[in-house]
Write a protein that binds this ligand. Structure first.
Ligand SMILES: NC(=O)c1ccc[n+]([C@@H]2O[C@H](COP(=O)([O-])OP(=O)(O)OC[C@H]3O[C@@H](n4cnc5c(N)ncnc54)[C@H](OP(=O)(O)O)[C@@H]3O)[C@@H](O)[C@H]2O)c1
Length: 321
């Protein structure tokens, strides 16, 4: 491919800063990293087996390698003159989109792909689910809200731009909006080391009140999150029983090694290094079912590897299952 245009993305900056994890020293000896995870290319040469795209054709380039994101987790990104691409990662431009500029076509796929994976593959939304979107209605939250509405879910958007939210409501993409700036600032933030569950619950009440008010008085079924440590504990507390939270970033705070998420779940305190959860496209489920039921739900088949955390009887049940 000759690269015609590339899309700037958060991860271009993150790669340059080595956040949330360094791009070097992860199992290879590379000393040069070329970023760039979104691009529009022109096919300049094609192998014999290539049949779907032709030399001279403009194609949108996908950075998903099947395991990781090219140009972020690999060193051969698209901010270069040429790139070698598998045929399945070269997407012909649909006829309805041909009138868009190269820059626009180059800036779309990673955002929509991330939103699709989160809404469809991770959260597996169904008609009638209520889904809380962090992100204000730009970038991934815009793409995610579009996909979720198409799938019949109730979209509740949290952000700081009421005008943008109003226009999304008028377009039928958003059902309810929560202005995060209308919630007292002391509600947000990581849970202090010495805070008790009870005092934290009282201090953060206005957050849940705002979310429940936007969802007919109930906690939400699913959460689409990328804003990080200031909100994470609050979000967990606004989830319904058996709710799901998927996250893939830390825009607000927590990108540097301090991204140690602490949250309360039913009064118990949990800590995790969230960087590894979102870099590896994992999500958190809250369940109290039997080990067999949980393995069946997450599809962990015999022979696959899993980490079981704990040594009590319940954890040992997982090893047996
Ligand atoms: N775009 C992609 O393809 C992609 C792929 C993988 C991962 N990610 C990650 O996802 C994150 C967001 O990407 P994006 O493209 O959606 O960016 P974006 O469109 O710029 O959205 C970021 C939005 O997050 C909200 N925000 C910022 N700080 C916040 C805080 N402290 N609390 C609550 N909300 C806050 C802001 O909206 P309001 O002020 O309106 O709330 C801001 O506009 C980044 O961390 C990125 O690395 C993105």
């Amino acid at each position: 491919m000759a690269i015609l245009a590339t899309g700037p993305n958060f991860n271009t900056n993150f790669a340059a800063l080595g956040l949330p994890v360094p791009v070097f020293g992860r199992g290879d000896s590379a000393t040069v990293h070329i970023p760039g995870s979104d691009a529009l290319g022109i096919v300049v040469e094609a192998g014999k087996a290539v049949s779907r795209v032709k030399v001279g054709e403009a194609v949108i380039l996908d950075s998903w390698t099947g395991h990781n994101i090219r140009g972020y987790e690999t060193h051969d990104g698209y901010n270069s003159q040429f790139a070698i691409v598998d045929e399945e990662r070269a997407i012909p431009i649909p006829s309805r989109m041909r009138s868009h500029t190269p820059e626009r076509l180059a800036a779309m796929l990673l955002t929509y792909g991330t939103a699709y994976r989160t809404v469809v593959e991770r959260l597996r939304v169904s008609p009638g689910d209520s889904v809380l979107f962090l992100g204000g209605g730009k970038g991934t939250s815009f793409a995610g809200a579009q996909i979720a509405r198409k799938l019949g879910t109730r979209v509740i958007l949290m952000g700081s731009n009421p005008e943008l939210a109003r226009s999304l409501q008028e377009r039928g993409l958003v059902d309810a909006f929560i202005d995060r700036r209308a919630i007292p600032p002391e509600v947000f933030g990581p849970i202090p080391q010495d805070a008790s569950y009870e005092e934290w619950l009282v201090r953060t009440g206005p957050f849940r009140q705002a979310v429940f008010a936007a969802n007919d008085g109930r906690p939400v079924d699913k959460i689409f999150e990328h804003t990080g440590a200031l909100n994470f504990p609050l979000l967990v507390s606004a989830l319904s029983h058996n709710g799901e939270l998927a996250f893939f970033g830390a825009t607000g705070k927590g990108l540097k090694g301090e991204y140690q998420e602490t949250f309360f779940y039913e009064g118990a305190r949990f800590v995790l290094d969230a960087r590894w959860v979102w870099m590896r496209q994992k999500q958190i489920f809250f369940r109290k079912a039997t080990p067999e039921a949980i393995f069946s739900e997450i599809g962990l088949l015999p022979g696959r590897r899993g980490l079981i955390w704990g040594a009590d009887a319940y954890s040992r049940g997982f090893a047996r299952a």
